[in-house]
Design a protein. Structure first.
Length: 75
């Protein structure tokens, strides 16, 4: 069994993903929240506004935008 260190929270976990299951679940929930927001509202001018409107931290929004092709054309 191999242990990995989660880049989000720093905990060690025995899992083959990029982050621990707790952080992966949080990410999935936030990504779904972002998708729902974008379906129902226009895209704000800045990441700061998007963060204020969704409650998702800016650092996470930047990561989602950089890692997910469906979000890369937002800004």
């Amino acid at each position: 069994m191999e242990f990995n260190k989660c880049p989000q929270c720093g905990s060690f976990f025995a899992y083959s993903g990029k982050m621990c299951p707790n952080c992966a679940n949080k990410d999935n929930t936030r990504i779904q929240k972002l998708e729902n927001y974008l379906l129902n509202y226009s895209v704000p001018d800045t990441v700061e506004e998007l963060s204020a409107n969704t409650g998702i931290p800016e650092k996470d929004l930047n990561r989602y935008i950089n890692e997910n092709k469906k979000f890369q054309n937002l800004f």
